[in-house]
Design a binder for this molecule. Structure first.
Ligand SMILES: Cc1cc2nc3c(=O)[nH]c(=O)nc-3n(C[C@H](O)[C@H](O)[C@H](O)COP(=O)(O)OP(=O)(O)OC[C@H]3O[C@@H](n4cnc5c(N)ncnc54)[C@H](O)[C@@H]3O)c2cc1C
Length: 365
């Protein structure tokens, strides 16, 4: 049986960060990734400014600065009525395609000495820190980190998954579309009945478009025109942008978009990123949570005593600080009528708008 100090499952931002941070501590690390990179990922592609300190600590910031990207200076909200609200962002923010970002992070892990095994799916996690893949069994001397996303096999097999289903069973569709020429330094959030659409330019020709709506829309998976007709085209502001309903890549979907937190760690198995907790994507914090929990898991593993408890306490604090704003805003995003009241209020209270933007994008407290 192959043995490593640490085995990481999943090569997204959480897994690549955890693996790099462990390797930088001198540990022997293997990372198992189901896909072959670069791979597509359902995401709004917005990089929360809080990600940069983590990129710096990993030593990958310059590489990421060199990727094709678009700066974002403001967030613009529209309702189905006449209401619009533009909030300047308090700090520089960018959009980068996830296929590029994730490949850069995984390459960096490799260059730091992580043994990356792509195209290898983990099927089972056994007691005594053992993993099973199609090719056999692997053992971890110190820890296993489950960073395998929202449908985490590690969480389920290690008994860390919360069995209570989430209350909000929305679905997200995403792809890149031809960007309207006038879409530049804004992330746009267009509300419609029962959901919203996020639109942001990611490079010279492409815009990322996400539609978040009820589970009934699953039937439009292959029919983008019908999906637009039942969702975003209800909002006249969105129509003005003239985004053609022909995706440049096949439309992809993701769910659940929010779920109760799993247990963070037990018996040498640690969860990070979406495997630990899925938060409503609208505030664009998921990549930051993935990076930060990956980093925190690597710190905890190295600790001589009570490492699982320490990690659980640290991640609970991280999510508590930021979860409240996410919860409040989620209610407004899915209730177009509530947004019609809230948006004019916020427009006349610029300090409230600034406070909201700061609590989503401001530094770690
Ligand atoms: C519609 C939408 C829009 C979003 N927009 C934003 C945004 O703008 N900004 C932002 O910060 N966040 C956003 N998010 C959230 C963000 O995409 C996630 O929080 C982030 O991808 C979590 O990273 P992760 O590394 O935990 O998981 P993932 O990125 O999901 O990576 C998990 C990896 O594990 C691999 N894997 C899975 N199972 C196995 C297995 N059994 N064996 C081996 N490998 C496995 C997968 O192939 C995958 O590569 C959005 C999410 C959605 C749904």
């Amino acid at each position: 049986m192959n043995e490593f100090d640490v085995m990481v499952v999943g090569g997204g931002p959480a897994g690549a960060t955890a693996a790099t941070a462990c390797a930088q501590r001198g540990l022997q690390v293997a990372l198992f990734e189901h896909a072959r990179f670069p791979r597509h990922k359902v995401c709004g592609d917005v990089i929360n400014p809080n990600c940069w300190p983590v990129f710096e600590r990993l030593g990958v910031a310059r590489k990421i600065q060199g990727l094709p990207q678009q700066t974002i200076e403001a967030a613009c909200f529209t309702t189905m009525g006449r209401h619009t609200l533009t909030v300047p962002l308090p700090c520089p923010t960018v959009a980068i395609r996830r296929s590029l970002l994730d490949a850069a992070l995984l390459d960096h892990a490799r260059s730091c000495g992580v043994h990356v095994i792509e195209g290898e799916t983990v099927h089972d996690v056994w007691a005594d820190r053992r993993l099973v893949t199609r090719h056999g069994e692997y053992g971890a001397r110190k820890a296993i980190i489950g960073a395998d996303g929202r449908h985490s096999v590690v969480a389920r097999k290690a008994g860390l998954a919360c069995l209570r289903p989430g209350r909000h069973q929305h679905i997200a569709f995403q792809s890149h579309f031809r960007a309207p020429a006038t879409l530049n330094h804004q992330v746009q959030l267009h509300l419609f009945r029962g959901g919203y659409c996020g639109l942001v330019r990611v490079d010279t020709e492409r815009a990322n478009l996400c539609i978040v709506t009820g589970p009934w829309a699953a039937r439009f998976h292959r029919d983008c025109e019908a999906l637009f007709a039942h969702t975003v085209w209800q909002n006249p502001h969105f129509c003005e942008w003239g985004v053609p309903p022909e995706p440049l890549e096949p439309l992809q979907s993701a769910h659940p978009l929010q779920s109760p937190a799993n247990r963070a760690a037990e018996h040498g198995v640690f969860l990070a990123g979406d495997a630990l907790r899925v938060m409503e994507p609208f505030t664009g914090q998921g990549i930051f949570f993935a990076l930060r929990t990956g980093e925190m898991a690597a710190e905890a593993i190295d600790h001589p005593a009570r490492r699982e408890e320490r990690y659980a306490a640290a991640v609970a604090k991280l999510y508590r600080q930021r979860g409240r704003t996410n919860d409040c805003l989620r209610h407004a995003m899915y209730r177009e009528r509530a947004a019609r009241v809230i948006i004019p209020l916020v427009r006349h209270a610029p300090r409230l708008a600034h406070w909201l933007a700061d609590s989503v994008l401001g530094g770690e407290r």
